[in-house]
Design a protein around this ligand. Structure first.
Ligand code: ATP
Ligand code: IP8
Length: 244
């Protein structure tokens, strides 16, 4: 089984509210469909999630403001999910969207439901979303955390992350032109903060990947603007980061 995480940084314009990058998304999905066998697809929020989360101060306590934020973000994330699902269906994939807004109060996905879809040959498409927490709060369940939970449950052979950069660099490549792509990570990189991101950006992703790694053989990070790079069979020629 392979788990794919399609980053909001590549399928949306992260600083333009609710703006998708349909061509990039289509190219990524075309590559994903070339992988035989069982797969689960997860996508992030980009400008459909993070901008309003910041504006409405989510995650946070339940107030009139966060209640409205919850509704807006769930609507927007569902819209992005439907775009992903519709493209997959047009490609002949029996994809089914599933929100983490239906999570239990502990913030855990219903694996039973995923398993039921899975065992019937359907392809679940999950996404980062808001969810109700215990203790009078609303939470945000990041797509990266979903990938972690799925990894614990399914122990995938590979986990593949697509973002808008070539992989993990020694420092943020957007602000440091001399940043070096790390083919594998054996030092602690520096991570830049991202303005429109409430779930930790690449630094948060890196910590989650360390945990994912305990449950799967290989984690790949590559640029979703060049998704075909993942099809390169020779490990040395692959442009991206591999953590194994
Ligand atoms: P989303 O959470 O919306 O799904 P994503 O998972 O696609 O987004 P981001 O969380 O936006 O991705 O992280 C990608 C960004 O991380 C890049 O645009 C890059 O500028 C930034 N970044 C910061 N530090 C680093 C680093 N050391 N190596 C690589 N990218 C970095
Ligand atoms: O983009 C969070 O998921 P992520 C989505 O994978 C929201 O971190 C709602 C901000």
């Amino acid at each position: 089984m392979i788990v794919f995480k399609i980053g909001g940084s590549v399928i949306t314009k992260k600083d333009e509210y609710r703006t998708s990058r349909k061509d990039a998304l289509r190219q990524i999905l075309l590559v994903i469909t070339q992988f035989p066998g069982k797969k689960i697809i997860v996508h992030g929020g980009g400008s459909f999630g993070h901008i309003k989360a910041k504006e409405f101060e989510l995650p946070g306590r339940i107030t009139e403001n966060t209640r409205m934020g919850y509704a807006v973000i769930h609507r927007d994330m569902t819209e992005l999910n439907q775009l992903v699902v519709s493209m997959l269906i047009e490609m002949g994939v029996p994809a089914v969207g599933m929100s983490s807004a239906t999570l239990g109060l502990e913030g855990k996905i219903s694996y039973d439901h995923i398993g039921n879809l899975f065992s019937r040959g359907l392809v679940p498409v999950l996404y980062g979303d808001v969810y109700p927490m215990r203790g009078g709060r609303f939470g945000i369940y990041s797509g990266d955390t979903i990938v972690h939970d799925l990894s614990i449950r399914y122990k995938p052979g590979k986990v593949i992350f697509f973002t808008d950069v070539d992989g993990i660099y020694d420092k943020d490549p957007k602000t440091h032109p001399d940043a070096k792509l790390l083919r594998t990570v054996d030092l602690k990189p520096q991570f830049g903060t991202i303005q429109n991101d409430v779930t930790g950006g690449m630094g948060g992703k890196f910590s989650t990947i360390q945990k994912i790694r305990l449950h799967c053989k290989e984690v790949y990070l590559l640029n979703g603007n060049y998704p075909e790079r993942i099809l390169e069979k020779r490990r040395k020629a692959f442009i991206g980061t591999v953590i194994s």
